[in-house]
Ligand binder design. Structure first.
Ligand SMILES: C[S@@+](CC[C@H](N)C(=O)[O-])C[C@H]1O[C@@H](n2cnc3c(N)ncnc32)[C@H](O)[C@@H]1O
Length: 298
């Protein structure tokens, strides 16, 4: 863990709490517990008979959550939210009443120089939420064809220079200068795209695309929305999902549009209040969608 002090500021907490519709005896799942920011506030609103199950794929984040969620009503499990079935089976829980997902990356992960999530860090390009499985970003850059990399940068970040960046990564590799560090990838993107004053750094998009690919983030979300959640969220239970880019938001919007399954409580996604955006710039792109699970038709 880079630093014991959590730098992550949870987004739209007021809106999340308002949409939770607290009542006695709830089982609430925070599927992306992170540093426990949302869960801490949820625990304050929960009655003594309710319980909270916090999941995160990243053991370092779970350790942070453990420091602030010391409460007998809270259980923390290292798991993807896509594997909620397994977690609930092991806990002997059939169905849950509320589910929160706050997708993407924590500021603590971004700041950790060992993880390679941030282009201003100097460490190895890993980018896995769970470093015990899967393929790191550096391995992906080392083993993928130029066309595959181009597809990743285009699909997950709409990067206009996707082809040139992908070709340069492969060319460097052939010259024996593989891109293995966050700083090397940042420098390569800067060389190709250039840095324009007043615009976000061009490496932002490439890093986002790689992270989504490495963690198969959209696959996880699809499985969860169309399969796991439908089985495990009780009728009349609520799902709350916060997304940070349009690809994720589209998946959530489409899933909640299934009129037989969901009563959408947010026709348009809720966004952070301007006052929040001022003191927490990360909230600028946050979108919260909420839906109530309908009872299956007899
Ligand atoms: C934006 S942060 C959540 C922050 C948290 N709500 C808080 O207030 O501290 C997203 C978290 O989701 C985790 N994560 C990403 N994909 C996941 C998945 N498929 N299953 C479980 N956790 C995941 C990341 O490791 C990260 O800690």
């Amino acid at each position: 863990m880079a630093s014991e002090r959590t730098v992550h500021v949870p987004v739209m907490v007021r809106e999340v709490l308002a949409q939770m519709e607290f009542e006695p005896g709830l089982t609430i799942v925070d599927g992306t517990v992170g540093a426990g920011g949302h869960s801490q506030q949820i625990l304050k609103k929960m009655d003594p008979t309710s319980r909270l199950i916090g999941l995160d794929r990243d053991p370092a984040m779970l350790a942070r959550a453990g420091q602030v969620l010391q409460d007998p009503r809270a259980v923390l499990v290292q798991s993807s939210y896509a594997e909620l079935d397994k977690v609930l089976d092991e806990l002997g829980i059939e169905q849950v009443d509320r589910v929160l997902l706050d997708l993407g990356l924590s500021s603590d992960q971004l700041a950790d120089p060992e993880r390679g999530f941030g282009f201003d860090t100097t460490g190895p390009l890993d980018m896995r939420f769970d470093t015990s499985t899967g393929v790191s970003a550096a391995e992906l850059l080392e083993t993928s064809e130029s066309e595959q990399l181009q597809a990743i940068f285009t699909a997950y970040a709409e990067e206009p220079e996707a082809r040139r960046i992908a070709e340069e990564i492969v060319a460097q590799r052939r010259r024996g200068a593989s891109v293995t560090l966050a700083s090397e990838l940042k420098a390569l993107v800067e060389r190709i795209v250039g840095v324009a004053k007043g615009k976000s750094h061009p490496a932002t998009r490439v890093f986002q695309a790689l992270r989504i690919a490495v963690n198969r983030e959209l696959d996880q979300l699809e499985v969860f929305l169309h399969d796991v959640l439908l089985r495990r969220l009780r009728a009349n239970g609520r799902a709350l999902v916060i997304t940070f880019h349009s690809l994720e938001d589209r998946l959530v919007k489409q899933a909640f549009r299934e009129a037989d399954l969901w009563d959408t409580l947010t026709r348009k996604p809720m966004t952070a209040a301007p006052s929040e955006v001022r003191w927490n710039p990360r909230s600028r792109s946050a979108k919260l969608r909420v839906a109530r699970r309908l009872a299956p038709r007899p």
